[in-house]
Design a protein around this ligand. Structure first.
Ligand SMILES: NC(=O)c1ccc[n+]([C@@H]2O[C@H](COP(=O)([O-])OP(=O)(O)OC[C@H]3O[C@@H](n4cnc5c(N)ncnc54)[C@H](OP(=O)(O)O)[C@@H]3O)[C@@H](O)[C@H]2O)c1
Length: 261
């Protein structure tokens, strides 16, 4: 079975490709790094030739609402048209828990467009909506340039990227569900508490300021916004265990030594 992973060089895509290859599947990464562009269509027809499953884990290079809408609309249309032409039997999209509730955000609008185009395409499909990745949360907190990290105190149920890739691999190897399914981490935590844990772990002296009006991709959050509905797949890794592990990694040691030198 040939599996094409659009966005196969990315954070989730790379892990998914690795996992599927360990199981001896033929996997092709489709992304600009590998000469395939889902926006211009370059290399797409050849990439999907003979493919049984397509997984879309692409990300827009710009998360600005208008840019993301243009990216996901064009990329999804091209992937779907190429998939229909190639006779693909299962098209899988990675989306985000809460996408319907956050339509004040241009970015979340773009993810809804991606889901809706697939649902209307006639292709057998599965949409996996995941909660926020641990890696994404630490990235957001560490990328802030201001003295304070101003963040919503909304509840979130984050998940390790590795376990999102595992959930996707199970979907890829199963039949199309023709519906949306969800995955989340094992515990509900507040975003500001997570930010505090990250700053403490990295000995970052900035303060965390919880602000209920702080925007998340342009949308205000409440305690329901980012939580999954009934019956999500629940992953097992806890945030503080993952953070402790990631602090022991060579990458972290190099970062700390660079900061101190
Ligand atoms: N962040 C979260 O917490 C979260 C939660 C739930 C769902 N998601 C969803 O998860 C998905 C994957 O996120 P990620 O963090 O793994 O993304 P990422 O690490 O930023 O990777 C993005 C991937 O998209 C590819 N790409 C960019 N432009 C492309 C193009 N024109 N044609 C084909 N591929 C292109 C990149 O390829 P190159 O490397 O070759 O440029 C890369 O492989 C996103 O759709 C996001 O909405 C994210």
């Amino acid at each position: 079975m040939k599996i094409v992973v659009a966005g196969g060089s990315g954070r989730i895509g790379g892990k998914l490709v690795y996992n599927l290859r360990q199981d001896d599947h033929k996997v092709l990464e489709a992304s600009p790094t590998f000469g395939v562009d889902t926006v211009t269509g370059a290399g797409l027809k050849a990439a999907l030739d003979g493919a049984t499953v397509v997984v879309d884990v692409t990300q827009s290079p710009s998360l600005d609402g208008a840019d993301a809408r243009a990216f996901f609309e064009t990329s999804s249309r091209n992937l779907i048209a190429a998939g229909l032409a190639a006779g693909v039997r299962h098209h899988v999209v990675l989306s985000i828990v809460g996408v319907d509730r956050l339509q004040a955000s241009g970015y979340f609008q773009s993810k809804k467009i991606q889901e809706d185009l697939l649902k209307a395409s006639g292709l057998p499909f599965t949409v996996l909506r995941s909660t926020q990745f641990f890696e994404f949360i630490t990235g957001v907190v560490q990328d802030g340039l201001d003295d304070d990290v101003v963040i919503s105190p909304a509840l979130v149920q984050p998940i390790a990227g590795e376990e999102v890739a595992e959930a996707l691999a199970d979907i890829v190897l199963g039949p199309p569900l023709n519906r949306i399914t969800e995955a989340a981490g094992p515990e509900r935590l507040r975003l500001d508490d997570l930010a505090t844990q990250v700053l403490t772990a990295y000995e970052d002296p900035r303060r965390v300021v919880a602000d209920v009006h702080a925007r998340y991709f342009g949308a205000e959050l409440d305690d329901r916004s980012l939580l999954p509905g009934d019956g999500p797949r629940i992953a097992s890794t806890r945030f503080h265990d993952w953070l402790r592990q990631s602090l022991q990694s060579p990458t972290h040691a190099a970062r700390v030594s660079n900061r101190k030198s």
